[in-house]
Design a binder for this molecule. Structure first.
Ligand SMILES: [Zn+2]
Length: 379
């Protein structure tokens, strides 16, 4: 853990540099309900779970000190590669330029929502752009939906709760403690990267169940959620721990986060390169953008490798959704973490993802122009 990057100090910085922009306009395309994950009601005729039984090697146990009760979270190791990445210069993204690009994008797409930009290396220089179009934008924390999955998968790997070769067969239904949880599709057998690319719920259910409710709650605390703003879920009761875990594991439980908190969690736990768990998860986030099955293909930027994850939850208005896109770019050695949140609009793949792609494209073009300018001046 980088002690100078604790969430509390980070958020103090964010307040000082907050950019707040609001205007009015119209909003929203038609949503795609097929992309939204939901949980079903309990049933007495539940099908058998499709996920394979994990090997004993992949299960957490008392013999693994990393999963001990006194360890709230397993942070990414600050290894040689991470230290070299952090020392690279010049690396700071041009935050005010990006804030301008974010403002233009939110306006052009008639989004009621927010874009948060964060320096990936320091977690500082955080800028938030808010824009209110047709739908009002309440100032409140939100359910993260599937944007929570990469963080939890990384922590499950670091704690030894899963191995990076975990495969899960998704048939659209996942039974836990007599309840059937659903996936929005039948994805078939998926590996870790395929699961993050497609945002498969069944894979995330299995990860959350293997992680277990106590470690999952400690993970959420370790990510900085529930501090200063937002709220952690209440701990589960003795009889509903697994249902609680799989529900929180897909971001459809009681957890509430702000866009700045989500950006900070990614900067702390998924941006530093060189950690095997990070690299496995980021491979899935790259696939979300580059694989034809990916939910974040609209965030692709020519000439810039983007790692991204979508999230979609039900909005305040019938038939509309709240959606997220979290991106790190460049994926291998990120300069910037970008979070786009859209309130009461289409699903993430149709609005948050293209919005993030447009913001990152504007930045990438700017970087290319500056590089060309510097090359010309050096002739
Ligand atoms: Zn699935």
């Amino acid at each position: 853990m980088r002690p100078h990057l604790l969430a509390s100090s980070r958020l103090a910085v964010s307040t000082a540099l907050l950019v707040l922009i609001a205007s009015s306009g119209a909003c929203a395309d038609a949503p795609d309900p097929a992309s939204v994950s939901r949980t079903s009601a309990p049933t007495s005729s539940a099908p058998t779970p499709s996920a394979p039984t994990p090997s004993a090697d992949g299960a957490p146990g008392a013999a693994d000190p990393r999963a001990g009760a006194d360890q709230p979270i397993a942070p990414p190791p600050d290894g040689r590669e991470a230290q070299a990445w952090r020392a690279e210069q010049p690396t700071l993204p041009e935050m005010l330029f990006m804030a301008g690009a974010a403002k233009q994008t939110l306006e052009a797409l008639e989004i009621s929502g927010s874009a948060v930009l964060l320096d990936a290396r320091t977690g500082e220089r955080i800028v938030q752009v808010d824009h209110e179009a047709k739908a009002p934008l309440p100032t409140q924390p939100w359910s993260p939906g599937s944007s929570i999955k990469p963080l939890l998968v990384a922590n499950a790997l670091r704690l030894g709760a899963i191995q990076d070769d975990l495969r899960v067969a998704c048939d659209g239904h996942y039974e836990v403690d007599g309840q059937v949880m659903s996936c929005f599709s039948s994805h078939g057998e998926l590996d870790l990267a395929g699961a993050l690319a497609t945002s498969c719920n069944e894979y995330a259910y299995e990860v959350a169940r293997l992680l277990g409710a106590p470690a999952l709650l400690r993970s959420l605390q370790g990510f900085g959620f529930g501090q200063d703003s937002g709220s952690l879920p209440a701990p589960p009761g003795p009889d509903d721990a697994d249902v609680w875990a799989v529900t929180e594991g897909v971001g459809h439980g009681e957890l509430r986060v702000t866009p700045a908190q989500l950006a900070t969690a990614y900067a702390d736990h998924l941006a530093p390169p060189g950690d095997p768990a990070r690299e496995a998860v980021v491979a899935g986030m790259i696939a979300a953008v580059e694989d034809e099955r990916g939910t974040a293909t609209a965030a692709a930027v020519p000439g810039l490798r983007v790692a991204a994850k979508t999230g979609t939850t039900e909005g305040s208005t019938e038939g509309l959704y709240d959606s997220w896109l979290v991106a790190m770019a460049p994926a291998e050695r990120p300069d910037v973490v970008l979070v786009v949140f859209v309130h009461d609009g289409p699903v993430a793949s149709q609005i948050a993802a293209p919005a993030a792609g447009q913001i990152l494209a504007a930045w990438s073009e700017r970087q290319a122009a500056l590089t060309d300018q510097a090359a010309t001046q050096s002739l």
